[in-house]
Design a protein around this ligand. Structure first.
Ligand code: SF4
Length: 106
């Protein structure tokens, strides 16, 4: 299952985290929702592969610890999404299609 590119219509913004939006539902620790809006990561799909952290040319992503989440115990958080230059590398390298980037969303 890939991230839903229509998440802003199909989910509600329930929180903010390090300056970016969090789209629910969130029921910690098992359900963490989507982090970010311009650069969005579905935390419930992310399995902490790390390719996005390695490949992003402007270091948008930072690890965040998510103990007891069923997929992985850390996630690639789009902590610096405002720096994104829309190269789409992260979208291409994510092995589970957990990331969606859309400059029209902000
Ligand atoms: S689209 Fe490019 S610049 Fe933006 S977060 Fe992904 S890898 Fe980084």
């Amino acid at each position: 299952m890939a991230i839903d590119p229509q998440f802003t219509e199909n989910r509600a913004q329930v929180d903010t985290h390090k300056g970016h939006d969090v789209w629910g539902p969130v029921e910690e620790p098992e359900k963490l929702g989507v982090h970010g809006t311009h650069v969005a990561v579905d935390f419930d799909i992310c399995l902490a592969d790390g390719a996005c952290l390695e490949d992003c040319p402007v270091d948008v992503f930072e690890w965040v610890e998510t103990p007891d989440h069923p997929e992985s115990e850390r996630k690639a958080d789009p902590a610096n999404e405002t720096q994104c230059i829309d190269c789409m590398l992260c979208v291409d390298v994510c092995p589970v299609d957990a990331i969606d980037v859309d400059a029209g969303r902000a």
